[in-house]
Structures are given as structure tokens and as C-alpha cells.
Ligand binder design. Structure first.
Ligand code: FAD
Length: 484
């Protein structure tokens, strides 16, 4: 349909970067087409990432929030110690209906992808389903999903083709026993033993989902720490919390090979520093050692777009590549591989194209690990502040002293605030709490406005809320908290 139409903007890829850029472009009055090969919009995030990994809901009856796949209360806790029994609700039995849980997840994903199609219609974004490749800097040939091909022309072209699972030497992903995050979101039964390769946020989230459903989970990590970007002190508490949930960690260890056996999988391990090999057996292995930019089949060479050694497309501060009128955003360019970062890129890139000013502050992109409890952070870690040589103060407040957390019997965690000693300006905030991913935004806003810890502390916070712990940690930064 779009064949010979001349667009102001053509977006290749309909993930959070691409679809948001397309909608924003149309809202700014630019004639826009978005090309997506998957057949559904929303990209990795909506189809096989952020959303399906948080799809189920258990425990809602008692908790004042929705439980999701990544936050499931483990079954024994559900029956015994945790929510229901402690809150005076007796259940005689509880069981997992995995097909129903997966069905609910698929339904949520289906509704959301259709929702974006609706937004495209509402904003008059033309949607072409198919695989795009460059013919010239202003022409994309699309092999359409319905068969045949069409050429889409545009004055500006935005590459938003995202990322893919990183493979490891010696390991072949079959998505049955040796799975990527995509396969891990669609297992047909709960594996008795699950080994996760890589202790980044995706591995920990997926590992803790299956752990809560009953798997024995062992995480093997090459580096010395889990989630290396996390504040060290919070990371220690977080690791302890996961260990309490029976997740095991084998750090500083390399996975040399993974082989399928008659009824499972066998891994060969070796100390990262070298040494004797050991073996580990499992029913399913999840490979989550990171993600790589995806540009296969785009034929970037046809137009000479520059990439770095890691395959990421190089852009300037206006998201422009070295080829005039070709831009790139999201996971396919350097920077944190996060959906909200891709969305910010998309809006700013289109604003530049429309002749306006765009802005993304990469120092203030929040990061959240959606386990239970969650860990969320923004700004600098204590290690980073030390490296900068800035004099700083630390304020902390544990959720054990927060009335709402106590009332719902889910009080594991802490708020930690780092502020510059001389000016009290907040440098970083790190929260471990059941709903840290929501709590963090007060801190993001504070950092965005250059607030001091006293600014947060003197802001009235509603009682009883978990957010009061943020206020108290702010008080503890320059003065004393009240409730501890
Ligand atoms: P993508 O979402 O990868 O979208 C790119 C799209 O382009 C794809 O749909 C692809 O089919 C399409 N495409 C590629 N090449 C072509 C072509 N030549 N022609 C047409 N179409 C093409 N991030 C968070 O912020 N929070 C989370 O909780 C979170 N959880 C995650 C959990 C998992 C298991 C995974 C794997 C990722 C998670 N992420 C999360 C990361 C997040 O999914 C990505 O950062 C985000 O999707 C990047 O958006 P994007 O638009 O750049 O690329």
C-alpha cells in the first residue's frame, strides 16, 4: 500500500524505540511508515521481554499490588509463612496451572500488541509488515509477510532494529533444553533443576520466576559479582535475599560447554582464572549472557552505515549516523539496552528530525531488576562516587522500620541515598523493596531537578506508604530519620 508513497519518516523496527518514534513523528505532523518483520508490534520488549516476563498474577487477594511472573510469591510461602496464612486467610492447597499462567501471559501480550496497532491507526502511522533492507539512503525494500516485496521511500529513515540473544561458544540454543530468555518464557513444564548462565538482570528475573514455581536454580557467572552495575552494598543484600529464596550462585566460573544428555543437560565448568574442570547437571539451561545489536539482513553495507566492533550503529548526539538522513535508536546503538531508554531515544530523534530540540539524560536512566524484592536505582553507585573523588554522605532506611511494609509483612529491603557532602545534592539512589521499580521515580525526578536530600526530606509524603522510606533515607542523609 505504501509502495511509492513519499514519507517524511520511515522507521525500521516496531519495538519500543521504533513504534514510539513512529507515533511521535506522526503526532508532529510528519508522514510516517513503520516496517516490522515480526507480524506484531512492540518488539523484544512486548513479545518476548519486559512484558511476558511479568505476566502472571498470584497473591493479589492479599497483597495491595499485583504479583507478576517475576514477583511470584513462592508456593510454600504462599501457603504457609507469607501472605495468606499470616493475613488470616486459610488455603487448603495451592497448585500451579502452567498452561493457564502462560495463557494469561499470552493474552496480555496479544492485547498490548493490538493496542499499539490501534495507536498507529489513531495517529495515522502507516504499518508495513515485512523484512526491511536498504536499497539507498532513502529507499527500503520490504519482503512483506504476505509475500512479494514493496519499496518504501522516506526523506528520513530511522533504524530501530533492536537486539538479539548473545550466543556463547560451545553452546547451541535449541529453545527446549538449552534455552534463551525467549524459550524460558515458554517452558511447558517447571524444570526440576534450572541452571542460568549469566547473573545479569534478565537471568536473575527468569531464574527467580522458575525458582518460585519450584525449580532448584543455580546461577553460573563468569565475573565476581551478580549484576555488576549495582551499588555494591545493595547488591550484597540482594544476593543474600536471593540465596534465602534458595537460588545458588557459582561466581568467577566459566561455562566451557553444554551438552544434552538422555534426560537433561550437562555443563562443563572451569574457574574463570583457569584450573580443573567440573561438571553440573540440569534439566534446562538458560543462556543469558547478554544481548547483541541486531542488523542482520538490513544490508547496511549498501549505504555504508558505520558500526563499532560490537556491531552497534554509531550515531552522534542527534541520533544521526554517518549517512545523511539515516538515524538509529534503541538497543542497536550504544547505551543501556532498556525499553524506556529506547523510547526516550525515539522521541528525541524524531524531535530533531522535526527541527525541534530533543533531549535524553543517559546519566538518569533508571534501572530495575524485577525480582521479589525488586532492586531499582538511578544515578551513581557508592563505588562510582568514590572513583569520582567527591566527598559524600550516605543516608539509609530499612523497610523493616516502614509501617506499610510491616503491615503487608513484606519488609525486606532498604533505601540508600548518596549526596554530595558540601551541597547535599543527590548523586544516586538505590532501593531494594517489593515495589522498588515504582518507588524509584521520586528519586529520578529529584535527580532530574538537581534536588538535595533535604528537598526530599521536607516534601510531605503520604502515610502509610512505602515511599515514606525514601523520605526517611533522605532525612538520614543530612540529619536523622524519625522512625529508627
Ligand atoms: P526491539 O524491542 O528489539 O525491537 C526491534 C524490532 O525490530 C523487532 O520487533 C524486530 O522484529 C524488528 N526488526 C529487526 N530488523 C528488522 C528489519 N530488517 N525489518 C523489519 N523489522 C526488523 N527492558 C526494560 O526496560 N525493562 C524490562 O523489564 C526488560 N525486560 C526484558 C526481559 C527480557 C527477557 C529481554 C530479552 C529484554 C528485556 N528488556 C527490558 C530489554 C528490552 O526488551 C529492550 O531494551 C527493548 O525491547 C529495545 O527496544 P528496541 O525498539 O530498540 O528494539
Amino acid at each position: 500500500a505504501s509502495g511509492s508513497d513519499d514519507n517524511d519518516v520511515v522507521v525500521i523496527g516496531g519495538g519500543p524505540g521504533g513504534y514510539v518514534a513512529a507515533i511521535k513523528a506522526a503526532q508532529l505532523g510528519l508522514k510516517t511508515t513503520c516496517i516490522e518483520k515480526r507480524g506484531t508490534l512492540g518488539g523484544t520488549c512486548l513479545n518476548v521481554g519486559c512484558i511476558p516476563s511479568k505476566g502472571g498474577d498470584v497473591g493479589q487477594a492479599v497483597e495491595p499490588r499485583r504479583e507478576s511472573l517475576s514477583q511470584l510469591i513462592s508456593l510454600d510461602k504462599l501457603l504457609a509463612k507469607h501472605s495468606f496464612a499470616n493475613h488470616g486467610i486459610k488455603l487448603s492447597s495451592v497448585e500451579v496451572d502452567l498452561p493457564a499462567m502462560m495463557g494469561q501471559k499470552d493474552k496480555a501480550v496479544g492485547n498490548l500488541t493490538k493496542g499499539i496497532e490501534g495507536l498507529f491507526k489513531k495517529n495515522k502511522v502507516n504499518y508495513v509488515k515485512g523484512y526491511g533492507k536498504f536499497l539507498s539512503p532513502s529507499e527500503v525494500s520490504v519482503d512483506t509477510l504476505e509475500g512479494g516485496s514493496t519499496i518504501v521511500k522516506g526523506k528520513n529513515i530511522i533504524i530501530a532494529t533492536g537486539s538479539d540473544v548473545k550466543s556463547l561458544p560451545g553452546i547451541t540454543i535449541d529453545e527446549e533444553r538449552i534455552v534463551s530468555s525467549t524459550g524460558a518464557l515458554a517452558l511447558k513444564e517447571v524444570p526440576k533443576r534450572l541452571v542460568v548462565i549469566g547473573a545479569g538482570y534478565i537471568g536473575l528475573e527468569m531464574g527467580s520466576v522458575w525458582g518460585r514455581l519450584g525449580s532448584e536454580v543455580t546461577v553460573v557467572e563468569f565475573g565476581p559479582d551478580i549484576v555488576p552495575t549495582m551499588d555494591g552494598e545493595v547488591r550484597k543484600q540482594f544476593q543474600r535475599s536471593l540465596e534465602k529464596q534458595k537460588m545458588k550462585f557459582i561466581l568467577k566460573t566459566k561455562v566451557v560447554s553444554v551438552d544434552t544428555t538422555g534426560n537433561g543437560v550437562k555443563l562443563s565448568l572451569e574457574p574463570a582464572a583457569g584450573g580443573d574442570q567440573t561438571s553440573l547437571e540440569a534439566d534446562v539451561v538458560l543462556v543469558s549472557a547478554g544481548r547483541v545489536p541486531f542488523t542482520a539482513g538490513l544490508e547496511l553495507d549498501n549505504i555504508g552505515v558505520q558500526t563499532d566492533k560490537a556491531g552497534r550503529i554509531l550515531v552522534n548526539e542527534r541520533f544521526a549516523t554517518n549517512v545523511p538522513s539515516v538515524y538509529a535508536i534503541g538497543d542497536v546503538i550504544p547505551g543501556p539496552m532498556l525499553a524506556h531508554k529506547a523510547e526516550e531515544d525515539g522521541v528525541a530523534c524524531v524531535e530533531y528530525i522535526a527541527g525541534k530540540e530533543g533531549h535524553v539524560d543517559y546519566d538518569l536512566v533508571p534501572g530495575v531488576v524485577y525480582t521479589h524484592p525488586e532492586v531499582a536505582s538511578v544515578g551513581k553507585t557508592e563505588e562510582q562516587v568514590k572513583t569520582l573523588g567527591v566527598d559524600y554522605r550516605v543516608g539509609k532506611f530499612p523497610f523493616l522500620a516502614n509501617s506499610r511494609a510491616k503491615a503487608i509483612d513484606d519488609a525486606e529491603g532498604v533505601v540508600k541515598i548518596l549526596a554530595e557532602k558540601e551541597t547535599d545534592k543527590i548523586l544516586g539512589v538505590h532501593i531494594m523493596a517489593p515495589n522498588a521499580g515504582e518507588l524509584i521515580h521520586e528519586a529520578v525526578l529529584a535527580l532530574q531537578y538537581g534536588a538535595s536530600s533535604e528537598d526530599i526530606a521536607r516534601t510531605c509524603h503520604a502515610h502509610p506508604t512505602m515511599s515514606e522510606a525514601v523520605k526517611e533515607a533522605a532525612m538520614a542523609t543530612y540529619d536523622k530519620p524519625i522512625h529508627i
